[in-house]
Ligand binder design. Structure first.
Ligand code: NAP
Length: 282
């Protein structure tokens, strides 16, 4: 194997320890303990685990968290009412509504109801617009985690050819703006891209956020490229990324594994965002 393995678990722990130290200093300086409010509608077991992990991460970082579990049949007005009250509650710094929501609820309306200053998922139109126009705001956690990994690895982004596979609002599009903000030359591929392998082979930095297990193979990768695999695909053979790790690791200069790459960064960046929101007086 030629590639360096980028250890997301290790980097995420460092980020979380850094947040814990900054929270301690913030509170010592007279700030209120940063508080994250989570909202979950229904009892989806996977969502319950995600939410529980976020509460544990808050506790480890010295932050408080409050959970609002609502029944599956909750109406849209009731949910929006709760979000509006959390949005104006001075004791709450960050609001996270765990998706997906049941079908009677429009997820777009839910996102729009969140106070942008408390939008720790970075998905409100205000924060999307701030990122798109290169201004400071709260950035979606997974793309922010990708950038953190690249920085930690010392990858030169200025002038680099960056290719992103995937254009979702959650991952691909925010990454475009983050990488443009760092002066990379950015290309975005999607399901209609012709010659995906050819475009990907131009990349100094290749980021896969597709949701198709092992789509990106050795013929998609330029020798020495940095490859970041956002994919998390449950298959009969277990959790797989969007990148064929064994094949690509022979060619890439550095690569993230799945699991243990981008995944742990998401929750670490949620902690960063919650502290940022608290500092801004969310
Ligand atoms: P998504 O909303 O389904 O978007 C997938 C994107 O990939 C779309 O832009 C789609 O193109 C493109 N695509 C699909 N098939 C393709 C193909 N054969 N060739 C080229 N492009 C193709 O997915 P997402 O939410 O961005 O998530 C992507 C992956 O990241 C998933 O595996 C997800 O589980 C994972 N994820 C991980 C984390 C984490 O914490 N590690 C967080 C979020 C997501 P079109 O736009 O043309 O349809």
């Amino acid at each position: 194997m030629a590639a360096t393995i980028i250890d997301g678990k290790k980097v995420s722990l460092e980020v979380r320890e850094g947040v814990a130290a900054q929270v301690a200093a913030f509170v010592e300086g007279g700030g209120e303990v940063p508080t994250l409010a989570t909202v979950l509608v229904g009892a989806d077991p996977a969502s319950e685990i995600y939410v529980a992990n976020k509460h544990r991460a808050c506790e480890e970082a010295g932050m408080a968290s409050v959970h609002h579990g609502l029944p599956d049949g909750t109406s849209q007005p009731d949910l929006l009412g709760l979000i509006e009250s959390l949005s104006s509650d001075a004791s709450v710094d960050g609001i996270l509504v765990q998706l997906p929501v049941p079908e009677q609820i429009d997820p777009d309306l839910v996102t729009r109801a969140i106070n942008p200053a408390k939008d720790v998922d970075g998905l409100t139109p205000t924060n999307v617009g701030l990122l798109a126009s290169g201004r400071p705001g709260l950035v979606p956690c997974t793309p922010a985690g990708v950038l953190e990994l690249l920085d930690h690895q010392g990858v030169e982004l200025e002038g680099a050819e960056a290719v992103i596979v995937g254009r979702s609002n959650l991952v691909g599009r925010p990454l475009v703006n983050l990488l443009l903000g760092r002066n990379a030359t950015v290309t975005v591929c999607h399901s209609r891209t012709r010659d995906l392998a050819g475009v990907c082979r131009r990349a100094d930095v290749l980021i896969a956020a597709v949701g198709v297990a092992e789509l990106i193979g050795a013929d998609h990768v330029k020798p020495g490229a940095t490859v970041i695999d956002v994919g998390m695909n449950r298959t009969e053979d277990g959790l797989k990324g969007d990148v064929d790790f064994a094949a690509v690791a022979e060619i890439a200069g550095a690569i993230t594994p799945v699991p243990g790459g981008v995944g742990p960064m998401t929750i670490a960046m949620l902690m960063v965002n919650t502290l940022t929101a608290a500092r801004s007086g969310g």
